[in-house]
Design a protein around this ligand. Structure first.
Ligand code: NAD
Length: 247
């Protein structure tokens, strides 16, 4: 098993890519701690041997608390994030602050809290891995109506490279994942909220050269790889899995 014996914490694991990643990591032998703001969404994961915990990543005290409780980690997947829709003319200061807080500052805080334990694990085992959720939107390609989202996800890539550079000599790796459009509950919500949902879904699909949305199972193999020792020579990278959008 590719993650046998590894202790991995995942944020936003109640649904979408985070939940699928928790299941995929557990299937590969990891001891997974699946966290989410919404406790009800975590139900059902324990039957797969996954430990669950409520965690709002925008709550600094909760981050300090969980980092102290779980002990040293081999892997951390900072998955939580929010898609703000709008051009720069539609981003209020409050929207911007919310997106920065959830998409970037939460990763800084949780990484800072977990890093000492991860460095201990890296000293013992030779490696530990942090994976930060960025996006294809911002990493290479700009998209309409994604000002706050694209800027915050670009900041995630900067944070990732900084952590990777600072701790590379201590065995800690840090990479960013950059998916294309993935069929998840929040994407379904964005489609449903559009003025013409049928057209909105067609538009999302049309920007994917492979002619379909990604499924969460298109993404999880890369999550497992980047958290496993198979990727031991990979750090500081923004890794795309986008169905050809950025060809
Ligand atoms: P989703 O948006 O459907 O689910 C998000 C989960 O995050 C929910 O379970 C929710 O309860 C949880 N959450 C929200 N606020 C939280 C908070 N403050 N603390 C902890 N948990 C919180 O899931 P998704 O679409 O798979 O998105 C997951 C990540 O992937 C996000 O960072 C998103 O930006 C990124 N992403 C998604 C896509 C896509 O097309 N779906 C593409 C690229 C990147």
């Amino acid at each position: 098993m590719r993650l046998q014996g590894k202790m991995i914490l995942i944020t936003a694991a109640g649904q979408g890519i985070g939940r699928a990643s928790a299941l995929a990591c557990a299937a590969e032998g990891a001891k997974v701690i699946a966290t989410d703001r919404d406790a009800a969404l975590l139900e059902g994961l324990s039957q797969h041997g996954i430990e669950t915990a409520t965690l709002d990543v925008t709550d600094p005290a909760a981050i300090t608390g969980i980092a102290g409780r779980v002990g040293p980690l081999d892997g951390l997947f900072n998955c939580a994030g929010f898609v703000h829709h709008g051009t720069i003319l539609e981003v209020s200061d409050a929207d911007w602050a919310f997106s920065m807080d959830l998409n970037v500052t939460s990763m800084l805080r949780l990484t800072r809290a977990c890093l000492p334990g991860m460095l201990e694990r890296a000293a013992e085992t030779g490696t530990a891995s942090i994976l930060n959720m960025a996006s294809m939107a911002s990493s290479i390609k700009g998209f309409v109506n994604r000002t706050a989202y694209g800027a915050t996800k670009a900041a995630v890539i900067g944070l990732t490279k900084a952590v990777a550079a600072d701790f590379v000599k201590q065995g800690l790796r840090c990479n960013a994942l950059c998916p294309g459009t993935v069929d998840t509950p929040s994407l379904r919500g964005r489609i449903a909220a559009a003025a013409d949902p049928v057209q909105a879904e067609k538009d999302f699909i049309a920007r994917q050269p492979m002619g379909r949305l990604a499924t969460v199972e298109d993404i999880t193999p890369l999550v497992v790889y980047l958290l496993s020792d198979e990727s031991r020579f990979v750090t500081g990278q923004a890794v795309l899995v986008d169905g050809g959008v950025t060809i």
